[in-house]
Design a protein around this ligand. Structure first.
Ligand SMILES: Nc1ncnc2c1ncn2[C@@H]1O[C@H](COP(=O)(O)OP(=O)(O)O)[C@@H](O)[C@H]1O
Ligand SMILES: [Mg+2]
Length: 257
């Protein structure tokens, strides 16, 4: 039996009069890929912001591997293994691909500032260690040939993959991707889907949560899908169950690009 990794129970977020997320409950098991789809403004990104503790919840509960993390901070949940990317690419343009991935390991560094000054060799060792881990991750994901390059000089599809590598390097339990396919051309999109399948094969225990605006994109890779509209779950199930759901089709009428 698979182990439940992440679970939300009735999480809610209001912004003034707008209920961005209304009592959202879901769970994801080890090794599962779950998609959250829905039109713009449905509350998908807000769900990620609640789970990664960027926003405080107005109600509900979040647990990670059975432990209540509702009251934990953004840094704590990151350390506990919840990692994410953002809807708009956020790589550091001034850093190489390798350093972009390395920075994600920085907060996990074992040395304090004073130690860093007193124990330079140890710091140096840690830095070699983070470099090695970052490089291993890039190699595993076939991105090592870009290690020395600046993200701005790379095609957008590669930049998005580097972002995912950066989120993966700390070996999270849960990887949350906010519209990883946004802005990709059809070929890049195809490559991204392959990339996600590759990640699944190489990180078999990882739970992956993917936000997508367009329904067709996630059909083939998701084990289970939640459909959000105006903050509420209007349908959930496996792809073939929701594909022809009248409520889902209605939510998307006039929405499809
Ligand atoms: N920080 C915020 N302040 C005020 N309103 C917000 C904020 N973030 C999101 N919203 C509102 O919450 C709703 C859901 O937004 P969002 O979660 O970004 O939707 P999605 O990602 O599905 O497009 C929208 O009405 C949006 O305007
Ligand atoms: Mg969004």
């Amino acid at each position: 039996m698979s182990r439940c990794i992440l679970k939300t129970e009735g999480i809610r977020k209001n912004f003034g009069g707008v209920v961005a997320v209304k009592d959202f409950s879901f769970e994801i098991d080890e090794g599962q890929i779950i998609a959250i789809i829905g039109p713009n403004g449905a509350g998908k990104t807000t769900i990620f912001n609640l789970v990664s503790k960027i926003y405080e919840l107005d109600a509900g509960k979040i647990s990670l591997c059975g432990a209540d993390i509702t009251k934990k901070s953004q840094i704590e949940v990151a350390r506990m293994g919840i990692s994410r990317t953002f809807q708009n690419a956020r790589l550091f343009t001034g850093l190489s691909v390798l350093d972009n991935v390395r920075v994600a390991l920085d907060f996990a560094g074992k040395y304090s500032l004073i130690e860093a000054m007193l124990l330079l060799p140890r710091r140096w060792k840690t830095e070699r260690e983070t470099t090695r881990r970052a490089m291993d991750c890039l190699e595993l994901l076939n991105l090592d040939r870009y290690a020395g390059q600046r993200p701005a000089n790379l095609p957008y599809g590669i930049q998005r993959r580097v972002e995912i590598a950066r989120a993966l390097v700390s070996n999270p339990k849960v990887l949350m991707l906010d519209e990883p396919a946004a802005g990709l051309n059809p070929e890049e999109l195809f490559q991204l889907m392959d990339f996600l399948r590759e990640i699944r094969a190489k990180y078999p225990q990882l739970a992956m949560l993917i936000i997508e605006h367009r329904m067709d994109l996630v059909m083939s890779i998701s084990d289970y899908i939640y459909v959000q509209d105006f903050g509420e779950t209007i349908a959930q199930g496996v792809a073939c169950e929701i594909q022809n759901d009248p409520l889902v089709l209605k939510a998307y009428l006039g929405e499809e690009e």
